[in-house]
Design a protein around this ligand. Structure first.
Ligand code: PEP
Ligand code: MG
Length: 319
């Protein structure tokens, strides 16, 4: 509702003092990607590749995967698409990959860990992504979900290189990844913070449980601290090349929190297409310095509620 009230999005987001914040879209298919392009997204910040695998009893062939990914690339011929490798398990079980008897699926073999239990699926997916990228002008980045250690980041980067994919990255959604962001980012070129899982894991609160929604809030001080730490880790790893940090969880779609994220030093934001206009309008109402001050206020607040209230009070456009 809010985003509609705040009007449409021209396709470029800048603060009052000219700081550019690329706004990207979270998509799950070629059709989604075309809608996101129409809504003004500069690219895709999170392609959830599960769409190609859902409702299947077997792994889709490389050619079939490549055709599905190519549809997404074709929606952004001059933009960037960040492809996330398969995030099976927990809230996204796949019959041919997920062990349904795991006692704690959120802490189980999910995301990049599938590579340990079922080697080969990742390499075939990377091959499909490389095939789809071949001949496309889209800038294709690839990231792994649920990375927890620098060693995993290193191995993922090696797998990407073997497939001919030039820009490997990781999702930061396990608290250990935020805390060790510097050593992780020495192995890859970018990080994208998945605040949905990062919040669930740092608060130890299942993201699917309604009664825990107040804990599962990305405004929680612990979540903001981990985002700050990730940005600091990226800056410290900078000598190995510039490391971009994005946010692709639901947090990026909350206009007031988007201001805080930019103030914390996050470079890009990725969200559902319908959130773009609202986020762009609020970011366009502040300077980078104001965003930094609001981020400081949020970091200093003792609770999620107080952080949100303080920041919203500092954003007249939201009144
Ligand atoms: C996240 O965890 O924040 C995220 C973007 O990934 P997903 O919601 O697909 O787990
Ligand atoms: Mg996630």
């Amino acid at each position: 509702e809010q985003s509609r009230a705040l009007g449409s999005y021209s396709g470029t987001c800048t603060t009052t003092d000219g700081h550019r914040v690329p706004l990207l879209a979270n998509v799950g298919s070629g059709a989604d990607a075309r809608k996101a392009a129409d809504a003004g997204a500069e690219g895709v910040g999170l392609l959830r590749t599960e769409f190609c695998f859902l409702d299947r009893d077997t792994e889709p062939a490389v050619a079939e995967q490549a055709a599905a990914y190519r549809e997404v690339f074709d929606a952004f011929p001059h933009g960037k698409v960040v492809v996330r490798t398969l995030d099976a398990g927990a809230d996204k079980p796949l019959p041919f990959l997920t062990d349904a008897t795991e006692p704690n699926p959120a802490l189980g073999v999910r995301g990049y860990r599938t590579e340990l239990a079922t080697p080969g699926v990742l390499d075939r997916q990377l091959k499909a992504i490389a095939e789809a990228a071949d001949g496309a002008e889209t800038e294709v980045w690839v990231m792994a979900p649920m990375i927890a250690t620098a060693d995993e980041a290193h191995r993922f980067a090696d797998s990407c290189a073997a497939a001919g994919l030039q820009v490997p990255g990781v999702m930061v959604e396990v608290p250990s990844a935020a805390l060790t962001a510097e050593s992780i980012l020495r192995n890859v070129q970018f990080a994208s913070i998945g605040t949905n899982d990062l919040t669930q894991y740092v608060m130890a609160a299942d993201r699917q449980l309604g009664p825990l929604a107040a804990l599962n809030d990305p405004w929680q001080p612990a979540v903001l601290q981990l985002i700050k730490q990730t940005v600091a880790g990226a800056a410290a790893a900078h000598e190995n090349g510039n490391k971009s940090v994005g946010v692709c969880g639901e947090a990026a779609a909350d206009p007031a929190l988007a201001v805080v994220l930019v103030g914390l030093g996050v470079d890009t934001l990725s969200m559902s297409a319908r959130a773009l206009a609202g986020v762009a309008a609020v970011l366009a109402s502040v300077s980078l310095d104001e965003a930094r001050k609001l981020a400081e206020q949020a970091l200093g607040a003792p609770s999620a509620l107080e952080a949100r209230t303080a920041v919203r009070a500092g954003l007249p456009i939201l009144e």
